[in-house]
Design a protein around this ligand. Structure first.
Ligand SMILES: [Zn+2]
Length: 178
Protein backbone atom coordinates (compact mmCIF):
# COMPACT_ATOMS: atom_id res chain seq x y z
CA UNK A 1 0.00 0.00 0.00
CA UNK A 2 1.26 3.45 -0.87
CA UNK A 3 -0.25 6.66 0.26
CA UNK A 4 0.93 10.24 0.00
CA UNK A 5 4.32 9.95 -1.62
CA UNK A 6 4.00 8.03 -4.89
CA UNK A 7 6.53 5.36 -5.82
CA UNK A 8 8.64 5.94 -8.95
CA UNK A 9 8.11 2.38 -10.06
CA UNK A 10 5.19 0.01 -9.62
CA UNK A 11 5.01 -3.74 -10.05
CA UNK A 12 1.68 -4.06 -11.88
CA UNK A 13 1.40 -7.86 -11.79
CA UNK A 14 2.15 -8.07 -8.09
CA UNK A 15 -0.13 -5.15 -7.26
CA UNK A 16 -3.02 -6.67 -9.23
CA UNK A 17 -2.58 -10.05 -7.56
CA UNK A 18 -2.51 -8.46 -4.14
CA UNK A 19 -5.27 -5.93 -4.76
CA UNK A 20 -3.00 -2.93 -4.27
CA UNK A 21 -3.89 0.72 -4.08
CA UNK A 22 -1.65 3.53 -5.33
CA UNK A 23 -2.80 6.89 -4.10
CA UNK A 24 -1.09 10.16 -3.50
CA UNK A 25 0.18 13.25 -5.16
CA UNK A 26 2.94 14.26 -7.53
CA UNK A 27 3.47 17.37 -9.63
CA UNK A 28 3.24 18.08 -13.34
CA UNK A 29 7.00 18.68 -13.36
CA UNK A 30 7.53 14.99 -12.58
CA UNK A 31 5.87 14.06 -15.90
CA UNK A 32 8.31 14.84 -18.75
CA UNK A 33 5.70 14.60 -21.52
CA UNK A 34 3.77 17.44 -19.88
CA UNK A 35 6.78 19.80 -19.95
CA UNK A 36 5.08 21.92 -22.63
CA UNK A 37 2.65 23.14 -19.96
CA UNK A 38 5.26 25.52 -18.63
CA UNK A 39 2.85 27.47 -16.41
CA UNK A 40 1.56 24.30 -14.74
CA UNK A 41 4.79 22.63 -13.66
CA UNK A 42 4.18 23.11 -9.93
CA UNK A 43 0.56 21.97 -10.21
CA UNK A 44 -0.28 18.92 -8.08
CA UNK A 45 -1.37 15.71 -9.79
CA UNK A 46 -3.77 13.59 -7.74
CA UNK A 47 -3.53 9.87 -8.25
CA UNK A 48 -5.88 7.13 -7.01
CA UNK A 49 -5.43 3.80 -8.73
CA UNK A 50 -6.71 0.38 -7.73
CA UNK A 51 -5.00 -2.74 -9.02
CA UNK A 52 -6.99 -5.97 -8.93
CA UNK A 53 -8.20 -9.05 -10.76
CA UNK A 54 -11.35 -8.73 -12.83
CA UNK A 55 -14.10 -10.68 -11.05
CA UNK A 56 -15.32 -12.40 -14.24
CA UNK A 57 -12.27 -13.32 -16.24
CA UNK A 58 -9.46 -12.89 -13.78
CA UNK A 59 -7.90 -10.25 -15.99
CA UNK A 60 -5.39 -8.12 -14.13
CA UNK A 61 -6.68 -4.57 -14.24
CA UNK A 62 -6.00 -1.09 -12.96
CA UNK A 63 -8.68 1.53 -12.57
CA UNK A 64 -9.16 4.88 -10.91
CA UNK A 65 -8.41 8.51 -11.64
CA UNK A 66 -5.47 10.77 -12.38
CA UNK A 67 -6.27 14.46 -12.24
CA UNK A 68 -4.60 17.83 -12.38
CA UNK A 69 -5.18 21.33 -13.66
CA UNK A 70 -3.32 22.56 -16.74
CA UNK A 71 -3.04 26.04 -18.18
CA UNK A 72 -3.96 25.76 -21.86
CA UNK A 73 -4.67 28.37 -24.53
CA UNK A 74 -8.29 29.35 -24.99
CA UNK A 75 -9.21 28.73 -28.62
CA UNK A 76 -11.70 31.62 -28.59
CA UNK A 77 -9.66 34.47 -27.12
CA UNK A 78 -6.12 32.96 -27.13
CA UNK A 79 -5.67 33.89 -23.47
CA UNK A 80 -4.54 31.28 -20.94
CA UNK A 81 -7.31 29.14 -19.51
CA UNK A 82 -6.98 26.76 -16.61
CA UNK A 83 -8.46 23.35 -17.39
CA UNK A 84 -9.19 20.59 -14.91
CA UNK A 85 -7.99 17.39 -16.55
CA UNK A 86 -9.25 14.14 -15.08
CA UNK A 87 -8.29 10.82 -16.62
CA UNK A 88 -10.62 7.91 -15.92
CA UNK A 89 -8.24 4.99 -15.95
CA UNK A 90 -9.60 1.62 -17.01
CA UNK A 91 -6.77 -0.56 -18.19
CA UNK A 92 -6.06 -4.25 -18.44
CA UNK A 93 -2.49 -5.39 -18.01
CA UNK A 94 -1.15 -7.27 -21.00
CA UNK A 95 2.26 -8.74 -21.66
CA UNK A 96 2.15 -9.20 -25.44
CA UNK A 97 0.54 -7.88 -28.61
CA UNK A 98 -1.50 -11.10 -28.85
CA UNK A 99 -3.10 -10.40 -25.51
CA UNK A 100 -4.15 -6.95 -26.73
CA UNK A 101 -6.16 -8.61 -29.54
CA UNK A 102 -7.91 -10.90 -27.08
CA UNK A 103 -8.83 -8.14 -24.66
CA UNK A 104 -12.51 -7.52 -23.85
CA UNK A 105 -13.58 -4.24 -25.45
CA UNK A 106 -14.29 -2.51 -22.16
CA UNK A 107 -10.58 -2.36 -21.38
CA UNK A 108 -7.74 -0.47 -22.93
CA UNK A 109 -4.44 -2.33 -22.84
CA UNK A 110 -1.47 -1.40 -20.72
CA UNK A 111 1.47 -3.22 -22.23
CA UNK A 112 3.67 -4.23 -19.33
CA UNK A 113 7.19 -4.81 -20.60
CA UNK A 114 9.02 -5.04 -17.28
CA UNK A 115 8.11 -6.35 -13.85
CA UNK A 116 8.68 -2.81 -12.58
CA UNK A 117 7.06 -0.08 -14.63
CA UNK A 118 7.69 3.67 -14.23
CA UNK A 119 4.53 5.18 -12.78
CA UNK A 120 5.14 8.57 -14.44
CA UNK A 121 4.82 7.05 -17.92
CA UNK A 122 1.37 5.72 -17.10
CA UNK A 123 0.24 8.98 -15.48
CA UNK A 124 1.38 11.25 -18.33
CA UNK A 125 -0.08 8.95 -20.97
CA UNK A 126 -3.47 8.92 -19.25
CA UNK A 127 -3.49 12.71 -18.72
CA UNK A 128 -2.53 13.38 -22.35
CA UNK A 129 -5.42 11.18 -23.49
CA UNK A 130 -7.79 13.09 -21.22
CA UNK A 131 -6.85 16.57 -22.44
CA UNK A 132 -9.76 18.53 -23.84
CA UNK A 133 -9.58 18.67 -27.65
CA UNK A 134 -10.44 22.34 -27.59
CA UNK A 135 -9.82 24.44 -24.50
CA UNK A 136 -12.05 27.46 -24.01
CA UNK A 137 -13.10 29.70 -21.15
CA UNK A 138 -16.67 29.24 -20.02
CA UNK A 139 -16.73 32.98 -20.39
CA UNK A 140 -13.77 34.68 -22.01
CA UNK A 141 -12.29 37.49 -19.91
CA UNK A 142 -12.55 39.96 -22.79
CA UNK A 143 -16.31 39.52 -22.89
CA UNK A 144 -17.23 41.09 -19.57
CA UNK A 145 -20.87 41.11 -18.54
CA UNK A 146 -22.69 44.40 -18.95
CA UNK A 147 -22.09 46.85 -16.15
CA UNK A 148 -18.75 45.31 -15.13
CA UNK A 149 -15.70 47.45 -14.67
CA UNK A 150 -13.58 47.78 -17.78
CA UNK A 151 -10.30 45.87 -17.65
CA UNK A 152 -7.48 47.75 -15.98
CA UNK A 153 -9.82 50.22 -14.30
CA UNK A 154 -10.95 48.05 -11.43
CA UNK A 155 -8.51 46.73 -8.89
CA UNK A 156 -8.41 43.00 -8.21
CA UNK A 157 -9.79 43.72 -4.79
CA UNK A 158 -13.01 45.12 -6.22
CA UNK A 159 -13.70 42.13 -8.45
CA UNK A 160 -12.91 39.69 -5.65
CA UNK A 161 -15.37 41.49 -3.41
CA UNK A 162 -18.04 41.29 -6.06
CA UNK A 163 -17.58 37.57 -6.56
CA UNK A 164 -17.81 36.95 -2.83
CA UNK A 165 -20.92 39.00 -2.36
CA UNK A 166 -24.05 37.38 -3.85
CA UNK A 167 -26.04 40.56 -3.35
CA UNK A 168 -23.64 42.50 -5.51
CA UNK A 169 -24.08 39.88 -8.23
CA UNK A 170 -27.88 40.12 -7.90
CA UNK A 171 -27.71 43.87 -8.03
CA UNK A 172 -25.63 43.81 -11.19
CA UNK A 173 -28.05 41.29 -12.74
CA UNK A 174 -30.98 43.56 -11.97
CA UNK A 175 -29.08 46.49 -13.36
CA UNK A 176 -28.43 44.71 -16.66
CA UNK A 177 -32.11 43.82 -17.11
CA UNK A 178 -33.22 47.43 -17.31
ZN1 LIG B 1 -11.19 32.65 -23.75
Amino acid sequence: MFSGQLPHYVEPRKLADQGGLISGQTTVSALPRLSEFEHSQSQPVQVALTFERDADEGQRIVHGTVSTELVMTCQRCLEPVSCVVTAQVHLALVWSEDEIQALPERYDPWLVTEEKMPLATLLEEELLLALPLVATHEQCPTRLPEGAEPEGGASDETSAEKADNPFAVLASLKGSQK
